[in-house]
Design a protein. Structure first.
Length: 408
């Protein structure tokens, strides 16, 4: 795209401010900016106009979870099914590591964070160690795909290389980048993060399958015989990945997807709860939890929305292909966005100053025919690191690791 084409594109959508500093740039920076303008999907910005109405919820009703006693009773059978699938090479894992980790406040990718006390224990290392348990049990490596973003791809790959992939066979690890979305002020004007660079951020954790497909990896995985993909968040240092019992429960039950859940610590806990929405599996976010939903009971007389998701899901790859063309809803979220002001200075705001646009994996669950909510023991499998201190922090995760006999 040349300058005139870029200008015409931007003029037609009211974003010509992005060329304000063009004349000050050197030739390479000029070309980079024109390339970015060509690649950027500005359509997402239109969703600001409909942000209050676009994600209207359907009718919420309870979903039945598979709870611990039932899982314990059938654990051997589930484990055998799950291990069989893993041994046949039908299961892969996808690490969602494209996020910015802003709450943790480190400049490095979140997985590089060291939670060790007497020795180095990096978040990525904990995840690989957890996956290695299954590799040892099954006697085969589980293909691992790691999703990064433009902002952390190089640092993530370099770190894995430097750390020798924490002992994982690198031929079973592939990296791919998720797409980026522009960030805007409250009027929908896209910010510049540098004079020659549009402000962008990763487009949410639901972009993973489309990006994996674009990178040619999803097709390859399918051709290779992979039938199930277990996606998981970067920040839960205790979670079991490619857990044979979970996989077996989903397969034996004839489900197309499964969602690991924990019993909520309190009815108003800030986690999304599994539910049915218009009869299809879904997640009601904590901020949508009305007092009625909090107090509702199911047929058994138990709290009806008592199981929170932990961002560890299993999907049938065929089902993922079936929904590939379907548009996922866009979430318009208020964030602090560093930007170049009208005087050409970089501003790092203390308060939110605009919008980012994200697609969330929970909306993928809603597009599934069904999803098995599968209970796991909270203290053994849920140690998310969102903040440095306090709730869901490095501190709380360290405590939980110690309780589980993990040396730090
Ligand atoms: P969070 O919603 O906790 O976001 O991500 P985050 O970026 O890690 O942290 P904050 O909100 O900026 O503090 C949950 C999971 O989804 C991944 C994250 O890497 C994490 O594993 N994620 C999030 C992506 O892979 N891409 C995204 O665009 C957003």
């Amino acid at each position: 795209m040349n300058y005139n084409e870029a200008k015409a594109k931007l003029d037609s959508i009211g974003q010509s401010q992005l060329l304000k500093y063009y004349d000050e740039l050197d030739d390479q920076a000029k070309q980079d900016l024109l390339d970015q303008i060509e690649e950027t999907d500005f359509k997402v910005v239109e969703s600001i106009k409909v942000k209050d109405t676009m994600n209207v919820r359907g009718v919420i009703s309870p979903i039945e979870s598979m709870e611990l006693p039932e899982i314990e009773k059938n654990a051997d059978k589930f484990r055998a099914t799950g291990l069989d699938a893993i041994k046949k090479g039908e299961v892969a894992a996808v690490l969602l590591a494209g996020g910015m980790g802003t709450r943790l406040g480190s400049d490095d990718p979140k997985g590089m964070y060291d939670i060790g006390i007497t020795k180095h224990v990096y978040i990525f290392q904990r995840l690989i160690e957890n996956l290695m348990d299954v590799v040892k049990e099954a006697g085969v490596y589980v293909p691992l795909f790691i999703m990064t973003s433009d902002k952390n791809n190089e640092a993530t790959i370099n770190f894995f290389k430097t750390m020798n992939f924490f002992g994982y066979d690198p031929s079973y690890i592939s990296f791919f980048k998720q797409d980026m979305a522009p960030a805007t002020d409250y009027e929908g004007h896209v910010y510049l993060e540098e004079k020659g660079r549009i402000a962008t951020s990763p487009n949410g954790n639901a972009g993973w399958f489309i990006s994996m497909e674009k990178a040619g990896l999803a097709r390859k995985a399918k051709e290779q015989g992979i039938k199930w993909i277990n996606i998981f968040a970067v920040d839960n240092v205790l979670q079991r990945i490619a857990d044979p019992v979970f996989i077996g429960a989903v397969i034996d039950g004839g489900f197309v997807s499964g969602s690991k859940v924990v019993r909520k610590a309190a009815k108003d806990e800030k986690v999304g709860a599994m539910c049915l929405e218009d009869g299809k599996p879904s997640i009601v976010e904590y901020y949508d939890m009305t007092p009625e939903l909090m107090d509702a009971v199911n047929e058994k007389g138990d709290p009806a929305y008592n199981f929170g998701v932990i961002l560890n899901y299993l999907f049938s790859i065929d089902e993922l292909y079936a929904i590939l063309e379907k548009q996922l809803p866009l979430h318009v979220v208020e964030k602090k966005i560093p930007y170049i002001d009208e005087n050409g200075n970089l501003v790092k705001p203390e308060e939110p100053n605009g919008y980012k646009f994200e697609q969330l994996v929970l909306d993928m669950i809603h597009q599934m025919k069904n999803s098995l909510p599968f209970e796991v023991v909270r203290e053994k499998e849920f140690a998310p690191i969102k903040n440095k201190t306090g709730v869901d922090s490095v501190e709380s995760a360290r405590e939980l690791c110690k309780k589980n006999g993990i040396e730090l």
